[in-house]
Design a protein around this ligand. Structure first.
Ligand SMILES: Cc1cc2nc3c(=O)[nH]c(=O)nc-3n(C[C@H](O)[C@H](O)[C@H](O)COP(=O)(O)OP(=O)(O)OC[C@H]3O[C@@H](n4cnc5c(N)ncnc54)[C@H](O)[C@@H]3O)c2cc1C
Ligand code: HEM
Length: 401
């Protein structure tokens, strides 16, 4: 709990943060990276260049100030952050650095409006939030039996072309020791050191069920587009990694998970490379609970862009209550003849029927896809607490709930 003295200053900051949040977080990152260039190896510099991380941090700070006494509202935000932090190896000693530069940025952007009591209130609020994050991250590391930033060398057993732009990499441990346990839906961070000496971490969802010998990730090549340079890590993985290559990964983390043993019906809605955590969950259920009622709906540019079709076909043989449906933006007459394949974008009304009230719904795909489906699901009467989502980038919290 923050003190009664600090409380009115935090409350009064809500409209200020709404207006200046992005300017504050931009100033924060600029100053912090100037003082601590080594931290650029920890942060995703693609997300810095396209402003996503600045927006995500601003949204999180705003959510914190607006819900300071509402732990339930903050829980999903905090959960997402601690899993991401654990995946990239954040340590307790990093927090004072971030705190110093965040408070400095508030002062720099707000100028005279950043009065001493306002700064003192934010010092207190930051310290409270930091303590909570540090404690949860400590317990995540302990549960996982790993230390912050620990990397494991994995040999690439096989590389499979899954679609026009997605390759799957099947990995085995170089040290031959047991693989980490994980829940389907979780991700690892892959660490790549480039020729110029810079290191970058990127998260990739595990795309298969837990297996005693192998882990699998599936990576979409982020191609060059006008004003958007080619993605650094995904292109490196596609261009240089072959069977026999060694890559380094962190322990699996992530809170987008599904209880594979439960009998609650599930609907998966994915688009593009967002299919990866869904396939892990589906294969997990096929092994443990094949009778479960599942709708698996996927949207792709076309059949040639639809990754992991073989996994779905294999799961259908094991799961009598699995119904799948595909939506292709570019569709041929041959594809149209296939059962449950539709032209165009995903539409809820075209999904096999399911009970909106008692089904868990998992969403993963590009942000616009998720916003569209999220809105449609709520409008159709699916309770918000049944909806689960994974964003393949910093979470911007710009949903309807
Ligand atoms: C929890 C989670 C799970 C994920 N799972 C998967 C998965 O299973 N499979 C998968 O393929 N991906 C997944 N991702 C996404 C993945 O982590 C990477 O973000 C993705 O591979 C792109 O990384 P990159 O290094 O290739 O691109 P980056 O170099 O990081 O670039 C990312 C984007 O930013 C743009 N950008 C970069 N620099 C600039 C600039 N200067 N100006 C303007 N724009 C710029 C790029 O054009 C590109 O569009 C996941 C992400 C998260 C957070
Ligand atoms: C109270 C303090 C902090 C808050 C509120 C906070 C908030 C956030 C948020 C909202 C995200 C994005 C999560 C997502 O992907 O959706 C994030 C990611 C991240 N944070 Fe923090 N953070 C804090 C402290 C720190 C500290 C101390 C460090 C260490 C230097 C740090 C490093 C990172 C990194 C490296 C990422 C991933 C960035 C990326 O992949 O682009 N954070 N944090």
């Amino acid at each position: 709990m923050i003190s009664a003295a600090a409380r009115p200053y935090i409350d009064a900051s809500v409209p200020v943060l709404r207006e200046h949040g992005l300017a504050i977080t931009r100033t924060f990152y600029r100053n912090m990276f100037a003082a601590h260039p080594e931290l650029t190896n920890l942060f995703n510099m693609g997300n810095q260049a396209n402003n996503m991380q600045q927006q995500s941090l601003a949204a999180a700070i705003f959510a914190y100030a607006a819900n300071i006494d509402n732990a339930a509202a903050l829980e999903p935000v905090v959960s997402r952050i601690v899993h991401k932090h654990a995946s990239v190896g954040i340590k307790a000693e990093h927090y004072p650095i971030v705190g110093r530069h965040l408070l400095g940025a508030i002062q720099e952007v707000l100028g005279d409006a950043a009065t001493p009591p306002l700064i003192a209130a934010w010092e207190e609020a930051y310290s409270e939030l930091a303590s909570a994050l540090i404690a949860t991250e400590k317990s995540l590391y302990a549960q996982a039996g790993t230390t912050p930033g620990e990397l494991r060398e994995m040999r690439v057993h096989e590389v499979r072309t899954e679609s026009e732009d997605i390759k799957a990499f099947v990995l085995e441990a170089v040290d031959g020791k047991p693989l980490p346990e994980f829940s389907p839906g979780q991700y690892v961070s892959v660490s790549v050191t480039f020729e110029d000496g810079t290191t970058q971490l990127r998260q990739y969802s595990l795309s298969d069920a837990p297996h005693s010998r192998y882990l699998r990730i599936s990576v979409k090549r982020e191609r060059y587009e006008e004003e958007k340079p080619a993605g650094r890590v995904s292109n490196w993985l596609h261009d240089y990694v072959r069977a026999g290559s060694i890559i380094k990964i962190t322990h699996p983390f992530g809170d987008f998970t599904l209880d594979t043993k439960s009998d609650v019906p599930v609907v998966f809605l994915s688009a593009g490379v967002g299919i990866t955590p869904m396939v892990s969950m589906l294969n997990g259920m096929a092994q443990i609970n094949p009778e479960r009622h599942v709708v698996f709906a996927h949207a792709a540019r076309g059949k040639d862009w639809h990754a992991h079709q073989a996994d779905i076909a294999a799961a259908k043989k094991l799961m009598p209550n699995l119904r799948d449906v595909s939506f292709y933006e570019e569709i041929s007459e041959v594809d149209c003849d296939e059962v449950a394949t539709y032209a165009g974008r995903m539409e809820l009304s075209k999904l096999p029927s399911w009970s909106y009230k008692d089904t868990d719904v998992y969403l993963c795909g590009p942000v616009e896809f998720m916003q569209e489906q999220w809105r449609a699901l709520l409008e159709a009467g699916v309770p918000a607490n049944r909806l689960h989502r994974e964003v393949f980038g910093p979470e911007l919290l710009n949903y309807l709930n």
